[in-house]
Each structure stands twice: as C-alpha cells, then as structure tokens.
Design a protein around this ligand. Structure first.
Ligand code: AHR
Length: 669
C-alpha cells in the first residue's frame, strides 16, 4: 500500500470512528430475568390526600355553598345581604349552643318589609360551577319564628345577572325542618352565585344552606366531585393516605384534626379552621375552613371505591412543629390514644361495637378492614418518641395486627437540624421497629435525578420504607413560583426508578400534595389541578399514573451501563424492571433525561421465550419547561404503541426527555 493510499484509509477509519469515540458506547440495560428479588408491594404506588389548596371544601367535596352553616370566623363570610327598593330588614347571627351544640350558629332573618326583594347571596368557592342541563339539589334547614316569610326563591346567577337556574322552597313550620328542591341549569358557568330571595316579611332562622350537583361520584348524596375522583380512580392507587399532612397536627392543638368531629350527620360535624387559611401570608386564604362534609367515613368509602388501602395519619399530641409545636402533657395523652383505638374500632369493629355501630348507622355495616395507621405526620425530637411509645403499646396490645407508620420529621433540608433529627429518629426506629418509617422529600429537580441511588445503601433489616410525601420543586420548597413542569416530572420519574429498584425495602410511595384549585391554592406544585368545572392531571400525575398502572408483581435487578452523563453528578439514563407474573411480562421503565434519542441495548438475561411484540408506553415532551395547564391539559400525556422485539437481547431507541415503559411478553426459564 503506498503511503498516500494508507493515509487516506486511516483518515476514513478515523472519520468513521470519531463519532463512536466521542459519543462512547451505546448504553445498556441488563435485566436479570432469571431471578426475582422481592415481591412488589400491592401498595407500592398510592395517593396522599390533604385538605390544602381547597382540596376538600371547594374541591373533592362537591358542596357548592361556602360557609353553609355560618360557622366561619366571620359568620357571614362568603355571604352578602341583598336589598332591593323598599326592603327593610337584617340578618342576625344566633348562637344556639343549647340546641345545636356541634354547629351552634344560625342566621336569623328579621324582615320588616320585603320591598322589591330581600335576599342573601352566596359566592361559592371562587364562584359556583354549573353545567348546562345538569341538575342540582338545594337544601336548607329552616325554622319559622314569627310572621309570614312564605318561601325562598333560589337563583343561580352569572356575573351579568342572568338567571341560569331557578327553584323555590316554602311552607316553613315552627320547628327545624329541612326543605329541598331541584334546580336545572340552562347554561354552563364556572363562577355563578346562588341567590336566596325571601318572600314576605317576618322572622325565619336558617342553617345548612346547601347545593350539590346531582351527578356526584357514584351518585352519592353528600358526595364527591365525579371528575376529580375519576382522575384518582384512573391511577388505581394502592393506598389512600389521609387526611394530612400538617393539617392533622393543627397550628395548635385546638385546631388539630379530630376524626370524631368529622363523622355522623353532616349538620353535626364540628367545623374547624383550615391551617392553610393563614399559613402563607403570600397566599392568605381567609375563607378556608373544614366543614368536614368530607370526613373519615367518606375517606374510608373513597378508599374502598378506589380499591386502595385506607391509611389514616393521626395526631399524636403534638401540634405542627413548624408552627406552635404545642405538646399534650404525657399524663393527658390518654384522650388522644383512646381516639386512635376508637378509630380502629370505627373502621374495623363489628357493627354492634360502640364505634362499629356508628359506622353501620352511616351505611357501612361491613368493616373497612383498615390495616395500617400513621402515628403523627412530620414529628421529630425525643418528645415524639415518648408519645409514639405510648400509642404503639396501646394499639398493639389491643390490635396486634395493625401496622404502624412512624415519621422521620420532615424533609431534612427544611427543618432545624434536619439531618441530625432524622439520624436520631432512625436510631430509635431501629429499636422500636414500627412496620413502616415515613420519609419526605421536597427538593429541587436536580436532587431527584442525582439521588436515584438514595435507597441502595439503606440497611435491609428493620422497618420498611414509606416515602409518604415527595415532589420536585422547580423553584424552592412551596414557592408560589413553582410549576409542574416536565423537568420536575421527568426527574421524579428517574427517582421513582430508584425507589422501584429498591422495592424490597421501599414498600409504599406517594406524591404530595394531591389537589389544587386554580384560584385558591396555597402550595404548588400539585398533582391534579381543577377549577369549578374542569380537572386535569399535571405531567407529574401522568408519571405517577404510569408507575401505578405498571407495578409488576416481582422485582428484577436492572443495571444501566455506559449511561451518558448529563453533567458530573447526573446520569442521563435510568431504569428499573419488574416481572408481572400474572401477565407473563417483564416491565422495563426507562428514563432518558438527555436531549437526544438514546439507542440502547436491552439484555433480558435468563429470559425464556421472548414475545415478538412488546407494548411501549411513552411519555415525553420536547421541552423540559412544558407543562399541562387548564387550557392545555393534554400537552403531556402518554401514548401506547407496539414495538417489535428480536429475542432476549435487542436494541431500543428511547426518545429525548422521556419516560418509556416497555411491557415485554417473556416466559421465564
Ligand atoms: O404537602 C404539604 C405539606 O408538606 C404537608 O402538609 C406536610 O406534611 C409537608 O410539610
């Protein structure tokens, strides 16, 4: 070969090789199909409901009247008195503790002259959402006191003053009685208001003014918003953690969540201020209360509807440590412990037990079969351990099978001496052995993708892990500027592959918070957003849903080799794998966090026969800043297609910025 020719060949060779040398080898994902390493917990992917962001009243709970029983700090908050020409009268607030001890305030109308109209108007929860053609059930408790108020004309009205629906109740009697009527909307409106026009003159007391859409989830009275529950049901969550969050602890102990106040007839539930009413000055929400129309019974029912294990989190005699941190003295803890014991009886006891009977009377004679319960939410310090021990002893003595969840404070990065406090708690939990320990992470997206190995080194002996709250914060913890951008969701997906790879230890996980009203939120990001008419899932919801719908039954080891680097701390490719024994499929979840397509070798080591066609579920978006919004709710949604597979070792391309789930038919050897 002459020198010129050989020089030319070398140049061609280099030309061909340089891209390979620069780009490195194709990444590989090796899955050991021959050996399962653990069973995936059926509760691996669940949901966490807390009444934050108008999650309950104004959200999931379908009631459309705000402050229906005049129990807010300002009894007429949300209401306004209307007087047309010649109308003379006033609305007094009566506190009738003797007759209505749990819901004492009533509005007492004294109308001297009805003139051209004397009325009350309710603004709803940032308006009242009504849908054309839909039916609404109005009800009101009323008691005639004196004279002749003969009826109330009801109107749903829009901003322009047009009537969208009309109804009437009347024939009021001397004692308290409930009056009802049906309204049908002639047009749709997200921000209607409800007007009550009183006919005649005289004195009338009213309470529990209520308006519900007929079309609630499962058509239940006192029901839940159908579209929001549907989004939850679509996830097939393994458990429902409720009712909080900091809300269980309360700003102080007087505001703690007391489950007994949330059951029984709705007009006897003891309303409470919502701690998120005043927590953030920048998102001050003075009209945020808890009617508890969505109370413990409804939570259990919802869990049952969703096929999710109910997971109540109880107050343990410690108010929120981010607020007052008030403690119940140890010698007064008994009431709290008794509440916990009674709750187990309410959920699981026979219908003739004291609390089982209450459940049965509410319509559910069969037990709810609650398996687990959390003692405290974000608690820390020796004072927590002291209280936890008393709870654990009492609960386990009476109900040895109940599984206990203990906390590890909050996210280490947001509470004083977080890392030390968590280390101390873990030391204690390793001795006290609750079934689960709950960890929370509210970090920036980078943290999630840099820590996919977070659980790799955790000791395998001792309590199992519950990652009870986590969410990637695009700006900072609970910053009002946070958004549910694709970057957050994608990096959470990477972290989830890490949790799944450790599913022998990490047995339950859930995102937080769950719900947020577009006009009344306090905290973001959130998984599901809604206004008064519509609801949609964020990109984070889509990620959660895909993991939840594709958990598999058994864990397989999955190793990523030669992953491209995003930078010196972050790998660009992440994966986990499980086997679905029922479907006969290997499920591989892959996150490509890079901006380029990644051709990747997948090696299903030890697989028997591999089917020719796999199902590929793909969630992707061209920009990391993309997000779903109320106007574009389906910008980031999954697509499903079929891909051809050639044997147990094959090449697969993963789209830029994507989560891909491959379901590959495989027989194990
Ligand atoms: O999810 C919002 C709040 O974050 C929860 O109430 C609390 O547990 C955590 O600090």
């Amino acid at each position: 070969m002459n020198a010129r020719k050989s020089g030319g060949s070398i140049a061609i060779l280099l030309f061909l090789l340089i891209p390979v040398l620069l780009l490195g080898k194709d990444p590989r994902i090796t899955v050991n199909v021959a050996k399962t390493t653990a069973e995936i917990s059926p509760e691996m992917y669940g949901i966490f409901f807390e009444d934050i962001n108008f999650g309950a009243d104004g959200g999931l709970y379908a009631e459309l009247v705000k402050n229906r029983s005049f129990e807010f700090d300002r009894p007429l908050r949300g209401w306004q008195v209307l007087k047309k020409d010649g109308a003379v009268g006033r609305v007094l607030v009566l506190r009738d503790d003797a007759n209505r001890p749990r819901n004492p305030r009533v509005a007492h109308l004294k109308i001297e002259n009805g003139g051209a109209g004397f009325g009350l108007v309710n603004e709803g929860f940032r308006g009242i959402g009504v849908k054309e053609g839909a039916k609404y059930d109005f009800s009101i408790e009323a008691k005639k006191v004196d004279g002749g108020i003969t009826g109330i004309t009801l109107k749903l009205v829009n901003d322009a003053g047009q009537t969208l629906a009309e109804g009437r109740v009347g024939g009021f009697e001397d004692g308290w009685k409930t009056y009802t009527c049906e309204l049908t909307a002639t047009a749709s409106e997200a921000k209607a208001r409800l007007e009550l026009w009183f006919e005649g003159a005289g004195e009338l007391q009213i309470d529990m003014v209520s308006l519900f859409p007929r079309d609630t989830w499962k058509g239940r009275k006192n029901g839940l918003r159908k579209d929001i529950v549907q989004l939850l049901a679509d996830m097939k969550p393994g458990f429902l953690r409720f009712p909080g969050g900091c809300i269980v602890e309360g700003f102080d102990l007087s505001q703690r969540y007391q489950w007994k106040n949330t059951i029984g007839p709705v007009n006897e539930r003891v309303q409470n201020i919502n701690r998120w009413n005043f927590e953030f000055r920048h998102r001050y929400t003075p009209d945020y209360y808890q009617s508890y129309g969505l109370g413990y019974y409804e939570f259990f029912l919802l869990s049952e509807d969703l096929g999710a294990e109910p997971m109540p989190i109880l107050t343990c005699g410690m108010a929120c440590q981010f607020n007052t941190g008030e403690l119940v003295p140890m010698d007064q803890l008994e009431e709290y412990v008794q509440d916990a014991l009674d709750l187990i009886e309410f959920a699981n006891g026979p219908a003739d037990s004291k609390w089982g009977k209450v459940r049965a009377e509410m319509g559910h004679p069969e037990p709810f079969n609650m398996k687990m319960i959390g003692i405290g939410n974000e608690q820390w310090g020796p004072q927590y351990i002291e209280r936890y021990k008393v709870f654990a002893k009492a609960l386990k003595d009476k109900y040895p099978d109940i599984q206990l969840i203990a906390a590890t404070g909050s996210d280490a990065s947001i509470f004083p001496n977080g890392a030390e406090e968590i280390a101390y708690l873990w030391e204690q939990w390793r001795q006290l052995n609750p079934e689960f320990v709950d960890e929370h992470f509210y970090r920036q997206p980078d943290w999630f993708i840099e820590n996919t190995g977070w659980y790799d080194q955790y000791p395998r002996k001792g309590p199992e892990l519950f990652v009870g709250e986590y969410a990637s914060q695009s700006v900072g913890v609970a910053s009002p500027d946070n958004r549910n951008i694709w970057k957050c969701a994608l990096y959470e997906a990477a972290f989830m592959t890490g949790m799944e790879r450790n599913a022998d230890l990490v047995r339950m996980t859930c995102y937080a918070p769950l719900l947020a009203h577009e006009d009344a939120w306090q905290w973001r990001p959130d998984m599901i957003w809604f206004d008064n008419l519509k609801a949609y899932g964020s990109a984070n919801y889509q990620v959660q849903r895909l993991f939840s719908l594709n958990p598999g039954t058994h864990l397989l080891t999955a190793k990523v080799s030669d992953a491209p680097a995003l930078d010196d701390k972050k790998a660009g490719l992440h994966a986990s794998a499980t086997l679905d024994k029922n479907a006969g499929e290997v499920i591989v979840k892959v996150v490509n966090a890079t901006a380029t397509p990644l051709s990747t070798e997948i090696d299903l080591k030890g697989a028997g026969k591999v089917g020719k066609n796999a199902r590929m579920i793909l969630l992707t978006s061209p920009s990391l800043d993309d997000e779903n919004t109320i106007d574009h709710p389906e910008k980031i949604v999954p697509t499903t297609s079929s891909v051809s597979i050639s044997g147990s070792k094959f090449q697969q391309q993963f789209a830029p910025y994507s989560l891909t789930i491959l379901r590959i038919p495989v027989s194990t050897k």
